[in-house]
Write a protein that binds this ligand. Structure first.
Ligand SMILES: NC(=O)c1ccc[n+]([C@@H]2O[C@H](COP(=O)([O-])OP(=O)(O)OC[C@H]3O[C@@H](n4cnc5c(N)ncnc54)[C@H](O)[C@@H]3O)[C@@H](O)[C@H]2O)c1
Length: 362
């Protein structure tokens, strides 16, 4: 979008998708901020971004023309930084998870409403061509009501380093449940965000000190290698109008290999999208599939849905959708209130696992 200027907060692993998304949307990325200034400098050089700052507050103060910001920082500060940006009049595209928990997410949504600015979260899997193709069938009535869905993001060897912020609950909010929440989110998106009622869940922490289960991505091991989050989780979620969702998330578990999928059963048709990895965490080794299961002319029919491949899993397309939403050129792929429902479920998964009982969601 000609004339729109963006600033990026956080120069870590995810930044490239945001910058490329903005470039493709025609937005000028004018500055990057990161307290580790050398990381900001590295990315600024790579993408020819004119300014770097060690503080995002200074960035926003010095470059007043910035209208959109990407929040690409550890989960612990998603809420506080996004709220400050919204209060400063910026439109915010915040990385997932929305925050550490539902309460923080509620505060972010309120700040967006109060400021009149756009707040969107990077649920990039909704932006995948497969997801949008299935959504087309959901919207045109082919699927009917989705009674049940199964959400999987299961890695076999995918612990993102030992002792960095990802593996410490105070900084991340948890392990694969919150980190790999995408398929739970995508199932809810397909089910049109029904009100959750009950959650029953169990988490495990096997392999949490075993370096053989470290993934090929993530961040450098931290001092002491602290790891106090789960390595896998299994959950069952029941909704107010009797829909159900089964979810499995893992960084380290004895699975055949990494699988990222949603399967659903509707009252008229079913569907599935799946990404299988040859190597855990390496998108370039992934194989995507998308299918529709219907009954036609008295016969069961399985249709293969062919879409333009998107190895980047919608990460750039999600940024473009954010820009188009700000510019009122496209409907948003996600609404802030949906993030509150998602985070209530995540909170309930952890609470149920901790207490050993089903948890009711108010
Ligand atoms: N959507 C996806 O597919 C996807 C993939 C990976 C990560 N993420 C999310 O992106 C976020 C960042 O992850 P990452 O892998 O880039 O992490 P990272 O650790 O590689 O980078 C985080 C960066 O934030 C910087 N930072 C910390 N405090 C800051 C502040 N106040 N202002 C500016 N910068 C600050 C750190 O110095 C670091 O450089 C996380 O929330 C993560 O969950 C999303």
């Amino acid at each position: 979008m000609a004339g729109l200027k963006a600033g990026i907060i956080g120069a870590g692993g995810i930044i490239g998708y945001h910058i490329n998304g903005y470039i493709k949307a025609g937005v000028d990325v004018v500055a990057i901020s990161d307290p580790q200034i050398e990381r900001a400098e590295l990315q600024a050089k790579k993408f020819r971004i004119p300014k770097v700052f060690s503080s995002y507050e200074e960035m926003l103060k010095k470059i007043t023309e910035i209208e959109v910001v990407s929040v690409c920082i550890p989960n612990k500060i998603h809420a506080s930084v996004s709220i400050n940006c919204l209060k400063s009049g910026k439109n915010v595209f915040c990385e997932k998870p929305p925050a550490l928990n539902a309460n923080e997410t509620i505060k972010m949504v309120k700040a967006a409403k109060d400021s009149g600015r756009i707040l969107m979260f990077d649920f990039n899997n909704r932006a995948r061509p497969e997801s949008q193709a299935l959504m087309g069938y959901i919207k045109n009535g082919t699927i009917g009501k989705i009674n049940s869905a199964q959400a999987l993001w299961i890695r076999r060897c995918g612990i993102p380093g030992f002792g960095g912020w990802f593996t410490q609950k105070t900084f991340s909010g948890g392990g694969p449940v919150i980190d790999l929440l995408h398929m739970i989110d995508l199932s809810l998106y397909f089910m049109r965000f029904p009100e959750p009622k009950w959650v029953l869940a169990q988490t495990f922490n096997d392999f949490s000190t075993n370096p053989e289960f470290k993934g090929p991505w993530g961040i450098l091991d931290g001092e002491g290698g602290k790891m106090d989050v789960e390595t896998s989780a299994h959950a069952f979620i029941k909704f107010q109008d009797d829909q159900v969702l089964f979810a499995r998330n893992s960084w380290a578990e004895m699975n055949k290999r990494e699988e990222v999928s949603v399967t659903f059963q509707g009252t008229k048709s079913g569907g599935m999208l799946k990404r299988l990895f040859q190597r855990d965490g390496i998108d370039e080794t992934a194989l995507d599939e998308c299918e529709l299961y219907t009954q036609e002319n008295g016969h069961p029919v399985n249709r293969k849905i062919i879409v333009e491949p998107d190895e980047k899993m919608g990460r750039e397309r999600a940024v473009i959708n954010f820009v188009n939403t700000v510019c009122k050129k496209e409907e948003p792929f996600s609404l802030p209130e949906e993030a509150v429902i998602l985070m209530k479920i995540i909170d309930a998964i952890y609470l149920s696992a901790e207490k050993g009982v089903p948890v009711e969601i108010a």
